[in-house]
Design a protein around this ligand. Sequence first.
Ligand SMILES: NC(=O)C1=CN([C@@H]2O[C@H](COP(=O)(O)OP(=O)(O)OC[C@H]3O[C@@H](n4cnc5c(N)ncnc54)[C@H](OP(=O)(O)O)[C@@H]3O)[C@@H](O)[C@H]2O)C=CC1
Ligand SMILES: O=C(O)C1=N[C@H](C(=O)O)C[C@H](O)C1
Length: 263
Amino acid sequence: MINVGVTGASGRMGRLIIDNILRFDDLKLTSAFDLMNIGKDVGEVAQIGSLGVPISGVDDMESVLRESKTQVLIDFTIADATAVNAPKAASAGVSLVIGTTGLSPEQKKTIEDSIISNNVAGIISPNYSVGVNVFFKILAEASKYLGDMDIEIIEAHHMHKKDAPSGTALGAAKVISEALGGKEFVYGREGFAPRGKEIGIHAVRGGDIVGDHTVLFAGDGERIEIKHQAHSRQAFAGGAVKAAAWIGNAKPGLYSMQDILGL
Ligand SMILES: NC(=O)C1=CN([C@@H]2O[C@H](COP(=O)(O)OP(=O)(O)OC[C@H]3O[C@@H](n4cnc5c(N)ncnc54)[C@H](OP(=O)(O)O)[C@@H]3O)[C@@H](O)[C@H]2O)C=CC1
Ligand SMILES: O=C(O)C1=N[C@H](C(=O)O)C[C@H](O)C1
């Protein structure tokens, strides 16, 4: 049995992750953190009944993690919070599954360094769905043949999403750029904006769109669109919980969803 904690426990992803942990045989929910609902039972907040695990504030994180014997912490919050909380958890000897997007390169490096220096296991992934990770693999392969075409990435998400472009869109751009030996990125276009050899990246926000990502390869007289659409956050939550079980049994080090899914 692996003891798991959740940061952002009151959020859209946090509540669904808690529900998934309860349904996963090898995992036990031992701690929950958020800014809101401190002291309330996390199961009552997630509307799945009392679980006997109170929501704690992040100021007490290290002591709560130690007292609850939490082994893996799943964090889906915001970049500035994850950049502070994840190293705190690592220094308490807790392994990490990070879903938060919008991390700057410096924030990501700080977290990765804390995973290595504290001898824990960790994964930072912009998308825990099986489909998106296969989509990344397909993009790397397609880019080998379509790299001379114009490449645009269009993502669409719900009106509450705070960061843009999405972590997944940036992940797709990185995969394509690496396959093509390095590309510039241009974010949206406005005014006089002739196209060069860049990858264009565009963010759409509205309503309750769960998460769409389209990569357009456009050439002379034809185009190919490779698209992933999430219908439900369950695609992300199920993957994050599977990653927590895998990370809980892993040797210290940094891992990717490619490792976990065997891609
Ligand atoms: N990797 C993946 O597969 C996926 C990643 N995501 C990412 O996960 C993140 C969360 O998304 P979502 O659940 O929709 O967002 P929500 O805003 O619904 O949830 C975030 C939660 O974190 C809380 N929070 C904010 N700051 C802190 C802090 N300092 N300490 C503890 N908790 C804090 C928020 O509280 P409050 O509301 O009070 O601010 C909120 O309850 C985003 O970065 C999103 O892009 C989302 C889906 C899939
Ligand atoms: O904020 C979201 O909702 C999502 N964020 C992730 C991202 O930024 O890529 C993953 C998913 O698309 C949903």
